[in-house]
Design a binder for this molecule. Structure first.
Ligand SMILES: Nc1ncnc2c1ncn2[C@@H]1O[C@H](COP(=O)(O)OP(=O)(O)OP(=O)(O)O)[C@@H](O)[C@H]1O
Length: 242
């Protein structure tokens, strides 16, 4: 299988004909209705779409958190849709960093300790100090989550995600709970990681303004991708506000 497109970009994740049906009682919910997507090394992708259009479901499958109903998804040559639970756990642990709307930090541990928890189990981790410096929190390493603002807590969560040096970061509404000013700081941290570490970054958002910081923008509707657009110029997060 070739993993390079005509521009020489290396494909890291891709899916073909991905469907997901949730069966709850008598009702079938068609969360994904045949999604094709390619994500390339070092790109910044933004996924937009109304609530319930299937964005989180796609992330859960591409990130190895859930199984598809049909179709296929791959991480390089590893077919995720053919993996056992054990293989998916390993894939997630070694290759994927997750960031969610709520930060899921452990309240009794400092910022440094929250990051260190992950680096203890990763094969070649980044030192917690370095990960926290990348998100601009070197001065706050000894603070507990309750002593940090929402945006700062989200940046600790991002430091925790990058400390295992994942090739892919899947961020589901990372600025959903934040105002414009603190949200921009979070997007700056993600953009910097993407540029400096070359991490492939995919961000789900309801906020259409965020599309401007992407290399490519995917629009979802009703379980399918209805549009994929490449931005000619990608803006720095500091140039956007909402
Ligand atoms: N565990 C589940 N059981 C049943 N239905 C589900 C489950 N998870 C998601 N769904 C349904 O699948 C559809 C797609 O949901 P999904 O969370 O992927 O959408 P989304 O675009 O991420 O929405 P949001 O932006 O609100 O997070 C929705 O109709 C949702 O109600």
């Amino acid at each position: 299988m070739s993993h390079w497109n005509t521009d020489g970009d290396e494909r890291i994740l891709h899916a073909r004909g991905l469907t997901k049906i949730y069966r709850s009682g008598e009702v079938d919910v068609f969360a994904l209705r045949g999604v094709d997507i390619d994500l390339y090394r070092s790109e910044m992708a933004v996924l937009l779409g109304p609530s319930g259009s299937g964005k989180s479901t796609l992330f859960n499958i591409l990130g190895g958190l859930d199984q598809a109903t049909s179709g296929q998804a791959w991480f390089r040559d590893l077919e995720l849709t053919a993996c056992s639970e054990h293989q998916l756990t390993r894939f997630r642990r070694d290759h994927v960093g997750f960031v969610f709307q709520f930060y899921n930090l452990i309240p009794s541990l400092t910022a440094w300790e929250n990051v260190a928890l992950v680096t203890e189990i990763a094969p070649s981790p980044m030192p917690p100090d370095e990960a926290l410096a990348m998100v601009g929190l070197q001065e706050r390493m000894g603070h507990f989550p309750a002593q940090l603002s929402g945006g700062e807590q989200q940046r600790v969560a991002i430091a925790r995600a990058i400390a295992k040096r994942p090739e892919i970061m899947l961020c589901d509404e990372p600025t959903g709970a934040l105002d414009s000013k603190t949200g921009v700081l979070v997007l700056e941290a993600l953009s910097r990681i993407n540029r400096e570490l070359g991490t492939t970054m995919a961000i789900i958002t309801h906020n259409a303004v965020v599309r401007q910081i992407a290399d490519r923008v995917f629009s979802f509707r009703d379980g399918t991708i209805v549009e994929a657009v490449r931005n000619e110029h990608r803006l720095e997060p500091s140039a956007v506000s909402w």
